[in-house]
Design a protein around this ligand. Structure first.
Ligand SMILES: [Zn+2]
Length: 249
């Protein structure tokens, strides 16, 4: 039977591994928080850009509308002036010439008024699109702020939990001899797979099935000493460990 010291060491290492997995899971969750938020922030930013672009298009359209209104006003004045002139002319020839100018000015006014209506339509369309985007932006901003608050809460919770698990980790690490702790750390750095494996009844590594030399094998089995696998580096523990665990329930 393995010595109780070895059993304790294996227990401590397995517990340490569980603790490290708890910490890893929380760190992964922490790392996933920021990207989720940044997607939302990007969406808000896109909407802000669209709203900004629409605002300047509205301004342009309004400025064009004012310009066309001035054109209409000028066309009306021209027409008024021509009509007055028509009243004053003496000869038929002059009258005909003014008449021609009036027709042309009337056409001019009609077309200017059409331009004003077009410009008004354009302003209205753009304002309505802007208002839709601003509404959507408002909602997205609120959602983003809520998500940001959630993320802050989750982050605090996760960090607090990690601190708790780190404290457990420190206690466990004190119970493990340096040689084993080094071996454990080395393998945990390289992979997220188990850092421990049982020696199989056939005497090979339970993780990578590499042959374990007889001397080491018997030391592991007797619980005299724990060794790492020469193939994959995991810490090998006595095969009876698993039966012990079953017995313990
Ligand atoms: Zn191995």
């Amino acid at each position: 039977m393995p010595t109780s010291e070895t059993v304790d060491a294996v227990d401590a290492l397995l517990s340490l591994q569980e603790v490290d997995e708890e910490i890893d899971r929380r760190r992964e969750r922490l790392e996933s928080l920021e990207p989720e938020l940044s997607d939302r922030r990007q969406h808000v930013q896109e909407l802000e850009n669209r709203a900004q672009e629409l605002r300047s298009r509205v301004e342009e359209a309004e400025s064009q509308l004012r310009q066309r209104e001035r054109t209409v006003k000028a066309a009306r004045e021209t027409l008024k002036r021509l009509r007055k002139k028509a009243d004053d002319v003496q000869s038929m020839k002059q009258h005909k010439a003014v008449r021609k100018e009036i027709i042309s000015a009337e056409e001019n006014l009609d077309s200017s008024e059409d331009d004003v209506l077009d410009a008004m339509q354009e302003v209205e369309t753009l304002r309505s699109r802007l208002s839709d985007v601003e509404e959507e932006l408002e909602e997205e901003r609120e959602d983003y702020e809520a998500a940001e608050a959630d993320v802050a809460t989750s982050r605090d919770e996760l960090e607090e939990e990690i601190e708790g698990w780190k404290e457990k980790k420190r206690v466990l690490e004190e119970q493990i001899e340096d040689r084993l702790l080094d071996a454990y750390r080395k393998i945990r750095r390289g992979t997220t797979e188990s850092a421990l494996a049982p020696l199989t009844p056939d005497g090979v590594c339970g993780h990578c099935f590499t042959f374990v030399p007889p001397q080491r094998r018997s030391e592991i089995r007797s619980g005299e000493k724990l060794h790492t696998c020469e193939g994959c580096g995991v810490i090998l523990y006595p095969p009876s460990r698993e039966e012990d665990e079953d017995d313990d329930g």
